[in-house]
Design a protein around this ligand. Structure first.
Ligand SMILES: NC(=O)C1=CN([C@@H]2O[C@H](COP(=O)(O)OP(=O)(O)OC[C@H]3O[C@@H](n4cnc5c(N)ncnc54)[C@H](OP(=O)(O)O)[C@@H]3O)[C@@H](O)[C@H]2O)C=CC1
Ligand SMILES: O=C(O)C1=N[C@H](C(=O)O)C[C@H](O)C1
Length: 264
């Protein structure tokens, strides 16, 4: 039987790709598409808005339809509403929105006590694989003579509201945990002085329509290793999120990540 899903933020850049790709997947049934009532396309058919023709599901704030998973790609307030919807509907939650305050993050962790939650700053297979590779590099380089300097560069489209990306922050956290690094900086200016090893720096570039690119640099004395992972469009995130919804629907309550979904 098809997994019945709801999409929150359904008129957004990601929401539209979820509607388009989800509607082609015979193992999924999109039964609700949520948007905030102030959206210019509120009330319109979600399929028409996504450019795939009539889906028979309007952009709405409420639904009587039953669903077993809700996918959220929206904004912090929307993410908060998605958590409440998932808990009330006893549905699985796929949380993809980034830039959440601690208060919203706590709500997600709390929800995972009663429903299954897949929470990841990137639903992309190659990004999650690169995280694994970076953990291997960090472990190997943590005690290297002369030290290894770690910097995380990310590039995204000009419309992105949070910075640095949730993915960049996750790369930093994973590497810091392996290398025992405790300090984080965002860019540099003036005369910060010689770079300490106990530091990861983030650099966020915002240009054009870039759907997402991350480079992790491990700089040694005499040699450098860089890992770059680059999206050419948003479908890698949408496909991963749809896969996560199928994975989570019907699972026991708990917090899952994309390694669980992808078997990495
Ligand atoms: N984990 C992952 O793999 C990925 C995560 N993301 C994250 O997903 C989020 C969305 O990205 P993107 O699609 O590019 O952003 P968009 O701004 O294009 O889409 C967000 C949508 O949510 C709508 N919205 C605003 N308030 C609410 C609300 N209260 N309830 C429901 N919907 C609401 C917005 O409406 P309006 O335009 O009127 O504000 C918009 O339609 C970002 O945080 C981004 O970082 C993005 C890609 C991959
Ligand atoms: O806003 C985006 O576009 C993206 N956001 C996510 C993030 O902040 O990590 C994931 C992806 O890089 C695209």
């Amino acid at each position: 039987m098809a997994t019945r899903i709801a999409i929150n933020g359904a008129a957004g850049r990601m929401g539209q790709r979820l509607v388009a790709l989800g509607s082609q997947d015979k193992s999924l049934d999109i039964v609700a598409c949520f948007e905030h009532a102030g959206h210019a396309k509120f009330g319109q058919d979600a399929g028409v808005v996504a450019g795939i023709g009539e889906l028979g599901v309007p952009l709405q704030e409420e639904t009587d339809a039953q669903y077993s998973a809700i996918i959220d790609f929206s904004v912090p307030a929307g993410a908060h509403a998605a958590v409440e919807r998932a808990v009330n509907a006893k549905a699985a939650l796929v949380m993809a929105t980034t830039g959440l305050e601690e208060e919203h993050q706590a709500k997600i962790r709390e929800a995972a006590n009663v429903i299954p939650v897949v929470w990841a700053p990137s639903m992309s297979t190659t990004v999650n694989l690169t995280m694994k590779l970076c953990e291997i590099a960090a472990e190997a380089l943590k005690d290297i003579p002369g030290g290894a300097d770690v910097e995380v560069l990310e590039r995204h489209h000009r419309f992105k509201e949070d910075s640095p990306s949730g993915t960049a922050l996750r790369f930093g956290e994973l590497i810091a945990a392996k290398m025992g690094i405790t300090e984080f900086v965002h860019g540099r200016e003036g005369r910060p002085g010689a770079r300490p090893h106990n530091e990861i720096a983030y650099h966020a570039i915002r240009t054009g329509d870039n759907p997402g690119e991350h480079t992790i640099i491990f700089g040694l004395l005499g040699e450098t290793i860089e890992m770059t992972v680059r999206a050419s469009n948003r479908d890698c995130y949408a496909t991963g999120a749809l896969q996560a919804a199928k994975f989570a629907a019907g699972k026991p309550a708990g917090l899952y990540n994309m390694n669980d979904v992808l078997g990495l």
